[in-house]
Design a protein around this ligand. Structure first.
Ligand code: ZN
Length: 351
């Protein structure tokens, strides 16, 4: 398989590191991560406490009980991102808290028709990508996963009056927003990212996971997998996880080139030694996100996520080091991303 290097996201030196004109892009405002801390909504939403907030952000929700006979409502989610279900009884107050929370941090429920439209738009976007991939002799970028099956099944169920929906309706309610977000994120990336051979499949909703996590990247198959858990989580969590996994595919691209690998390893080692990583909370806290990055591929994947979803946070973090050695090292990493992998494009919260 031969791929034109500039289309496959290989490093190029076509732009000077500090040229005068910059290309600014932004994700839609509701997908941008504006600060490294994730402010709590406890006290702002009736009945929301810390425990509920954590579990909602993590992908759990409250539904009218269809499984537990004694409870009026059930708290439903997956334990491992997979098929193991967590079902607890919950009360009216939990439901109020959940709906209040989702209005602010969850994906909007756009209804069945618009959800199917969003799916169609995403497919159309991928068709366009895939005709270009075909002309490069590349296999298509496939959309797969339980997400699609849930939608169609739920849609069919809704045609039958009096049908009680399965608790997994959680996934269905957020799915329209997720299809839309996936398309918006892919579309906001430089087009050459769509021709990275390390991405071949985007799986939305998958049942098998061996640990408590929301997503993974499977290098052998070029798969970006979003587990069912992540589909019910906060927008911020979904965006962070999805871009992190896309970042793994880009990290593979970066590290397969010996001189690039050397460049990033040297700077990663220095930033690790000086404790200069950026931690942006979108899943389990800032400290954990920093700890993850002791591995170079995790560092590159996380920096990719910061670069696209939290560009302002990343630049502010670099600026916070003044003009010393750490700042210079970070600037070199940032400029490598910008000029060699993002075609000069920078991301900002401003639209
Ligand atoms: Zn990772």
């Amino acid at each position: 398989m031969s791929i034109r290097p500039e289309l496959a996201g290989r490093p190029s030196q076509t732009r000077p590191p500090s040229g005068p004109c910059r290309l600014r892009r932004s994700l839609p405002p509701d997908l941008v991560i504006a600060s490294p801390e994730w402010p709590s909504l406890v006290g702002k939403i009736p009945y929301l406490d810390v425990r509920l907030e954590q579990s909602f952000r993590f992908g759990h929700g409250i539904w009218r009980a269809v499984v537990l006979k004694d409870a009026t409502y059930e708290k439903w989610g997956t334990l491992s991102g997979g098929m193991t279900m967590l079902v607890e009884s919950a009360g009216e107050a939990d439901l109020v808290a959940y709906h209040g929370w989702r209005k602010i941090e969850g994906f909007e429920d756009i209804g069945v028709e618009k959800t199917l439209d969003a799916l169609e738009n995403l497919r159309r976007f991928l068709d366009g990508v895939n005709s270009e991939r075909a002309s490069l002799g590349m296999p298509p970028l496939v959309l797969s996963g339980r997400g699609e099956r849930y939608i169609h099944r739920t849609f069919e169920e809704l045609q039958r009056p009096g049908t009680q929906l399965h608790p997994r309706r959680q996934v269905f309610e957020q799915m329209g927003g997720i299809y839309r977000a996936v398309e918006q994120i892919l579309d906001a990336l430089p087009r050459p990212h769509m021709f990275n051979p390390h991405i071949r499949e985007i799986m939305l909703g998958e049942g098998v996971s061996s640990s408590v996590r929301g997503s993974e990247y499977v290098p052998e198959q070029g798969q970006v997998v979003m587990f069912t858990l992540a589909l019910g989580a906060a927008r911020r969590t979904f965006v962070g996880l999805f871009l992190h996994e896309l970042g793994h595919a880009m990290a593979r691209r970066m590290l397969e080139d010996d001189s690039e690998a050397g460049f990033f390893e040297e700077r990663h080692g220095f930033l690790r030694a000086t404790g200069a990583f950026l931690g942006v909370d979108f899943w389990i806290g800032r400290e954990d996100r920093v700890f993850y990055q002791t591995d170079i591929e995790e560092f590159l994947a996380e920096t990719f996520m910061h670069y696209v979803a939290a560009g302002d946070c990343l630049r502010a973090h670099i600026a916070s080091f003044g003009d010393g050695k750490i700042a210079r090292c970070w600037t070199e990493v940032y400029e490598a991303f910008r000029d060699r992998y993002f075609s000069g494009i920078e991301y900002s919260c401003q639209t």
